[in-house]
Design a protein around this ligand. Structure first.
Ligand SMILES: Nc1ncnc2c1ncn2[C@@H]1O[C@H](COP(=O)(O)OP(=O)(O)OP(=O)(O)O)[C@@H](O)[C@H]1O
Length: 258
């Protein structure tokens, strides 16, 4: 295991009225790893990820990126710090092209006054960047980057979203159920993409209910239960049914029982 975690959370609390979504939750992500986050419905996985990615502000607790305390007031602030999140609903704009989608909200402007004053986009620079990023990740099966995203398959869309995250997420990529809506072949492609991203040295947080996918790619599995981290397991040491039993409370991991 690498030395120091790149991203940590300690004692996160988030209440919605009388519901406690996060109840003293801890989290650690190490450099270069794929960390799966699993848990029953309502366990607080999304709330934890939202806190880490700036989508909600926790009531209590501390988040550190590379050892330094951070407070994200919005997802944009988290992104600026290098944390990219791909949500299940993707936030791609179907009618726009692949290249445009790669740059939503951070378009490259033309040099000089045309860009700074007239906000003219540097299309060729954006297309080149999109093509480079997609081919780096082996996604150039998408032939035409000026193609509208609505003409792509679900797996290709997920690919564009992951490529975008990988292109800009300089430090951490968070994927929320990236294979949930996909068929077998497309899921496979996305899993390969996740492994490619890890090979390039970027750590990934993978929230998933799909145990085979989790066990296939994760280096460690964070099990969330009743608003907090129950334990972290190595997928080599446990079976999928152990993981599900821990998640639902049917079994208690030895470390926790002790
Ligand atoms: N905006 C909100 N308002 C009120 N309650 C909320 C809100 N967001 C989450 N909750 C509640 O907080 C708890 C944790 O929800 P969260 O979405 O974090 O769980 P989850 O583990 O991601 O679940 P799932 O796997 O079903 O997506 C749930 O009881 C949920 O109903």
């Amino acid at each position: 295991m690498a030395l120091e975690p790149i991203l940590t959370a300690r004692g996160l609390v988030k209440r919605y009225g009388r519901v406690t979504a996060l109840d003293n939750a801890d989290f650690d992500l190490y450099p270069g790893e794929i960390l799966a986050v699993i848990g029953d419905n309502g366990a607080g996985k999304s709330s934890m990820i939202k806190a880490i990615s700036g989508a909600i502000t926790p009531d209590e607790g501390e988040i550190r990126l590379e050892g330094r305390p951070v407070t994200f007031r919005s997802p944009i602030e988290a992104r600026k710090a290098g944390i990219e999140t791909v949500y299940q609903n993707l936030a791609l704009s179907p009618a726009l092209s692949i290249a445009d989608n790669m740059f939503l909200g951070r378009e490259i402007r033309s040099p000089g006054v045309m860009g700074s004053v007239f906000r003219k986009l540097d299309r060729s620079a954006m297309e080149k960047f999109a093509r480079d990023k997609l081919s780096e990740l082996g996604l150039m099966t998408i032939q035409n980057i000026n193609q509208a995203v609505e003409t792509l398959s679900g797996g290709q869309r997920q690919g564009v979203a992951v490529a975008r995250a990988a292109a800009f997420g300089s430090k951490v990529i968070i994927l929320d159920e990236p294979t949930a809506a996909l068929g077998v072949k497309e899921s496979r492609r996305v899993l390969e993409l996740i492994l490619d991203v890890r090979r390039r040295g970027i750590p990934i947080v993978l929230i998933s209910h799909n145990m085979p996918h989790v066990f296939e790619v994760a280096d460690r599995i964070h099990i969330h239960r009743l608003g907090r981290r129950l334990t972290v397991i190595n997928p080599k040491d446990y079976t999928m049914s152990d993981a599900v039993a821990f998640m639902t409370g049917a079994k208690v991991p030895e470390a926790v029982a002790a």
